[in-house]
Design a protein around this ligand. Structure first.
Ligand code: F0G
Length: 429
């Protein structure tokens, strides 16, 4: 551990160590870094009591579903924390979705109920807190939309300058609107997310701007709290499976790291298996699943999917995610756009609602139950990563339950009557 911080940075490939207050994203040998905590003094009983006692807080860091777990996230001074009371997201049970996916027990951890409508707020509260600790005044990220919306908001909340790099025409309008509304500088590039990712790294090192993609180890620390909070909601009884959509693969890696640490202090007694679901047109890990375990990595040069949030061909957190899958005896599955949209219609119609990429988890679960990989008796949590309003185009494209149009073309009274009768009959059947 370093003298000045109670944590250090460790290369996940070589084990090289760096001080916690050193500004770097990779080790000297180029490997990804992870934050290593000193959890010596934390007992299972102590941690459970601490987290339970903080749960009812109405303000301050304890009211955040990330900072409530700060011993595992980043043990910093309260005054250093940049928070918007993120986390505290619901864990919904839905009989309809449980029946559709084929498992007896299904819960949906809805991360769309974060301040900017996606799971990214958990990583960003930690990333922006780290940026300020390190004396940074400007931050940047490449994004398929949600990271940019989140970073723009958190940067604005504490007066940091924000630059977001996005594929022009490649992200949902709601997300672009958020990045603009929160006042970030938006750089639209000709190319895809992977091109934007390469460019932002160059720009950050040339101009001394702090990079807040999930290559940044502090983003992962905040992101971990999805899994920690989920376990807390389940009274520390792990489900058999956690199913998450995979793009840049930061989220699956983060959830795994949090669970691994919870188990190391004995707060949970076993690790759930992790299933990562990619979109079939942007599925490098699914395609390279076998090679992945012998160290190989794959890229998809022109990733394509309706689920724009996970349209990624060259995921940054590849190695960390492979470790998560390997250690938990997990799996990677791919689902087509039709399967994603079929799941989305079900999730939306259950009243829960989520953006397309989120629904990849539900589509993937159904497929894994069908193939027998996930047992029908398993207890499963699917993570829904973003709010239904993030991608309204995806909803409006299939609008069968609308009469009349936005241009004010009003349906006749008899057309309205027919519609109502038909809907009532459908409801009764
Ligand atoms: N779901 C949504 C809604 C996302 O926005 C993302 C990633 C993922 C799933 C995949 O998570 O990358 O950690 O594997 N969005 C990033 C962004 C890439 O820029 O907003 P991952």
């Amino acid at each position: 551990m370093s003298d000045s911080t109670p944590w250090s940075l460790r290369c996940v490939e070589t084990g090289e160590r760096y001080a916690g207050d050193e500004l770097r994203y990779r080790s000297e040998s180029g490997g990804l870094l992870e934050v290593e905590h000193d959890l010596e003094g934390l007992t299972a009983e102590g941690a459970r009591t601490l987290f339970r006692d903080r749960s009812g807080a109405m303000g301050g860091p304890d009211a955040s579903g990330v900072w409530r777990y700060r011993e595992l996230v980043l043990p910093v001074e309260h005054g250093e924390i940049v928070t918007m009371q993120e986390g505290n997201t619901p864990l919904y049970c839905s009989e309809a979705l449980s029946a559709w996916t084929g498992v007896n027990w299904l819960a949906l951890k809805h991360e769309g109920h974060n301040p900017t409508g996606s799971f990214k707020d958990r990583g960003m509260t930690a990333g922006v807190t780290a940026a300020r600790r390190l004396g940074q005044t400007a931050v940047a990220c490449a994004s398929t939309g949600n990271t940019s919306a989140s970073m723009a908001a958190y940067a604005a909340s504490c007066g940091l300058k924000a630059f977001v790099f996005i594929p022009a025409g490649g992200i949902a309008m709601g997300k672009l609107a958020q990045a603009i509304a929160y006042g970030s500088e938006v750089v639209q590039i000709r190319g895809n997310f992977d091109d934007a990712m390469r460019l932002v790294q160059e720009v950050c090192s040339a101009h001394g701007v702090y990079l807040l993609n999930s290559i940044n180890p502090y983003r992962i620390e905040g992101q971990k709290a999805i899994g920690i909070e989920m376990m807390h909601q389940l009274d520390w009884l792990p489900p058999d499976w956690i199913v998450v959509p995979g793009g840049n693969l930061g989220n699956s890696s983060a959830i795994f790291k949090g669970l691994r640490e919870l188990r190391s202090i004995g707060v949970i007694d076993r690790l759930p298996r992790i299933a990562v679901i990619q979109a079939a047109g942007a599925a490098p890990l699914h395609q390279g699943f076998q090679e992945a375990f012998s160290g190989g990595a794959r890229t998809v040069p022109n990733p394509e999917t309706l689920a724009s949030a996970i349209r990624i061909g060259s995921p940054v957190s590849w190695g960390k995610c492979v470790d998560a899958i390997q250690t938990t005896d997990g799996v990677v599955e791919a689902v087509t756009d039709d399967e994603i949209m079929a799941a989305k219609r079900r999730v939306d119609a259950s009243g829960i609602g989520a953006e397309p990429a989120s629904c990849a988890s539900v589509a993937g679960l159904r497929k894994l139950v069908e193939s027998g990989t996930i047992d029908a008796r398993a207890r499963v949590v699917c993570v829904l990563t973003g709010h239904v309003l993030k991608d309204t185009d995806a909803v409006l494209r299939g609008r069968e339950n609308v009469v009349g149009d936005a241009a004010g073309c009003e349906p006749t009274l008899s057309a309205i009557g027919d519609r109502i009768e038909r809907a009532l009959e459908e409801g009764a059947s």
